[in-house]
Every structure is written in C-alpha cells, then in structure tokens.
Design a protein around this ligand. Structure first.
Ligand SMILES: *Cc1c(COP(=O)(O)O)cnc(C)c1O
Length: 394
C-alpha cells in the first residue's frame, strides 16, 4: 500500500525499525491497546485460537514475562502478576470464595490481609475467623463445615514465628479447603509454597523479589487451572493488574534476587549473633538460631534458608528505641522489608500500632522491639553500625 498521496501527520506512529538481531534486554511495552488485522483475527484472539494482546488490563507482554519468571521460581504454571501484594491477596480471596463460605486466616498475617478478613470479606457475606498458625489445635478448632480456604504465611511478621504448615496442610485436605500461602517473607529461595502443599501461592514482589523499593507488585499462582481462571477473572475485572513499567523494573530486580538473598541471609545470621551478645539487648529472634522458639520447625521447613529478617528487643523500652534509632542513623528507619539496604522497623509505632498494650504484650512486641530487614551491605559495615549504636546505649 502506498501512502504517498496521503498528507503527513505527526499523529501517526512511525513504524518500529526492522532488525535481524534481537535486543538482549527485555523490551518495555507500554501500549494500552493492540491493533488486530481484521475482525476475524480479533475473533480468533478472543476465542483463544490465536495468541494476541488486546488491552493492557487484560494482559501485556511485560506482565507475562514477569509471570513466567515467578512461575518458574514457585514451580507453578499460568500464574499472574498483580498490581501489588494486596491485589494478589484480594484476587485470591475474592476469586475462590462466595457469600456463605468461610475463610480461616492466621492471626499473624500481614496487617492489610488481616483487615480483608476482619472487615471486607464479611461485608460480602463471607464468614471469617483467625487463629494461631503455630497451634494446630487452635486452627482445627476454628474451621467450619463451610471453610473454603485457609490463608497463612510461613514465617510471621515481626516475631518470626513459624506456622505448623504440614499440620495445616493436612487439615485443609481433610476438609476440602484450599491452602493459600503468602510466601513473601520466605520467598522461593527458601521454600516453594507448592512443595509445602499450597494450592495457591501469593507473593508481594514489592519486597525481596524486586528488592529496590521502587516497585509495588504482587503475584498469584494456583495449582488448579479453573481456580486460577477464577482468580484471573477477578483481577482483570476489579482492575488489579500491573503496569508494564513496574513489571519491567521488577524483572530487572529479579536478575540479582538469588545473590541478594544469599548475601542478606548470611549477614542476618552474623547480625543475630552480634545482637545476642550485646548487653542492651534482652532478646533476639532469628529462625536460624537454636534459641528461637520454632527453631526445629524452621529447620524442618526451610533447612538452612532462614532468611534476612532479624528481630530483637532492647532492655530500655521506648527511650532506648529512640536513642538506638538516632544512633544508627545510617539505617533508614522505614517499615518495609527486602530493600537492598538494611532497614529498621519499630512495630509498636508502625505496623502494629493499632493494637492495645495488652495485645502487644501477648505478641511479645514491646516498646524496645525492632525488626531488621537485612540488606546487601558489606557485612562488616553493618555490624560496625550496630556495634557502635548499641555501645551508645550504655
Ligand atoms: C508487604 C506484604 C504484603 C502486601 O504487599 P504490597 O505489595 O505492599 O501490597 C502482603 N503480604 C506480606 C507478607 C507482606 O510483607
């Protein structure tokens, strides 16, 4: 076709240059819409006879590239990237349940996941309850005849307690409920959720996987095709799907995920040992240490992949917490996890601030309690920062 007789307009897109060679880096494709050759072709696309993108909310190449990566890491097929970790939790719970069903959740879930169970699902007629996932009897006592799904995390935040995953998996099988595992803390580097018997796995890619605190994304994978389709439908309809640029950035982060995880984990073990020998510290929680309350369970589930998260308590309460945060000014005091840099969080004033003093006590989160997300600094740098800050507490 010749366009010679049609006047030029800058509004028309200039064709992408041909090249017999292909780019090494993943291209970024921001297009919201895709043009098809004719209605027959579009029909073939919608009916699944031909593969083609139509509209970015329904799917785009950067999301598919990232999803394929997550699928391979988690050992799942056909998983989907979501606009955030919470979009992933939302899509899974709303995709798998209907009014009249019951969902059982761990009482130590991520704060917003707890909120969905406490506030949101009940508004749509889905019953919910919460129980301690380290106590199988408590979980068993909380299931109902209409329990459709059980949502847990392997390692809880911020006390790093380890769920009785094998027992809960058995319970879920017995009652015909889906086991949903939020594998954000542990990551597939430590354990694949499907290897623990999960029917559905959730990731907040935002955290360790993307790893640079510049992307908010999530992931859901399911072992059952029909259930995955139900989750996909909710995600596309509710608009929980991700932007191409975020997917592109996250893929870039994942290239170094294994290296970052291994470095951070090794340093976390060293930091836990330093803290356990420090006079101002009353308690250290790290699943890799023998004095952790769930050390044996952690070893059974995770082997020696005990993660990058370390929690500890200072003897001096809030005053010591203030002094320590100021003395360790090299470490961002920011309630996130999984960044390349080590970050400090103080659950009593951030993630768990809505709880009463009594609830804090019951969970073991005092005013001197910190959670550390260990990053990839040179270990000696980090240990020096901690040594110096702790020494200033006297
Ligand atoms: C952060 C987090 C989420 C939510 O992820 P976003 O990407 O922030 O929406 C869910 N579960 C766990 C365990 C998390 O740490």
């Amino acid at each position: 076709m010749t366009t010679k007789d049609i006047p030029f307009t800058p509004v028309r897109r200039t064709p992408w240059p041909d090249s017999v060679s292909t780019p090494v880096a993943t291209p970024l494709q921001p297009s919201v819409v895709y043009a098809s050759a004719d209605p027959d072709t579009l029909d073939d696309q919608y009916e699944g006879r031909a593969k083609g993108y139509t509209y970015a909310r329904e799917g785009h190449p950067n999301a598919d590239v990232l999803a394929a990566k997550l699928d391979a890491m988690e050992g799942v097929e056909g998983g989907m990237v979501m606009g955030s970790g919470m979009a992933a939790v939302t899509a899974a719970l709303f995709g798998l349940t209907k009014a009249g069903d019951h969902v059982l959740g761990s009482d130590q879930l991520y704060g917003r996941s707890l909120r969905i169970l406490r506030e949101d699902l009940p508004r749509f007629g889905v019953e919910t309850s919460l129980a301690d996932p380290t106590d199988l009897q408590a979980m068993r006592a909380a299931v109902r005849p209409n329990t459709r799904a059980i949502l847990i995390e392997v390692v809880s935040n911020p006390t790093l307690r380890v769920a009785d995953v094998a027992g809960i998996r058995k319970l879920a099988k017995e009652i015909g409920a889906d086991l949903i595992i939020d594998n954000t803390f542990t990551t597939p580097r430590a354990v694949r959720a499907v290897d623990l018997g999960a029917d559905v796995v959730i990731q907040s890619i935002t955290k360790l996987l993307a790893g640079h605190s510049d992307v908010t994304l999530g992931y859901v994978g399911a072992t059952d095709r029909a259930k995955m389709q139900a989750i996909r439908n909710v995600a596309v309809t509710f608009g929980l799907t991700p932007s191409p640029f975020d997917c592109w950035l996250a893929e870039r982060g994942i290239f170094t995920f294994d290296l970052r995880y291994d470095r951070a984990e090794a340093t976390a073990g060293q930091l836990a040992n330093l803290l356990s020998n420090a006079a101002p510290v009353s308690r250290v929680l790290y699943p890799g240490r023998e004095d952790h309350p769930d050390h044996e369970l952690a070893s059974a589930l995770l082997g020696n992949r005990t993660g990058n998260m370390v929690s500890f308590e200072l003897k001096g309460g809030r005053a010591a917490a203030n002094a320590f945060t100021r003395a360790a000014s090299e470490l961002p005091f920011a309630p996130t996890l999984g960044d390349v840099a080590t970050t400090l969080s103080h659950p009593a004033t951030s993630s768990h601030r809505a709880l009463s003093e009594e609830e804090h006590k019951a969970m073991g989160i005092g005013q001197g309690f910190f959670r550390v997300s260990v990053g990839i600094e040179e270990p000696e740098y980090l240990l020096t920062v901690f040594r110096r800050a702790l020494s200033q507490l006297g």
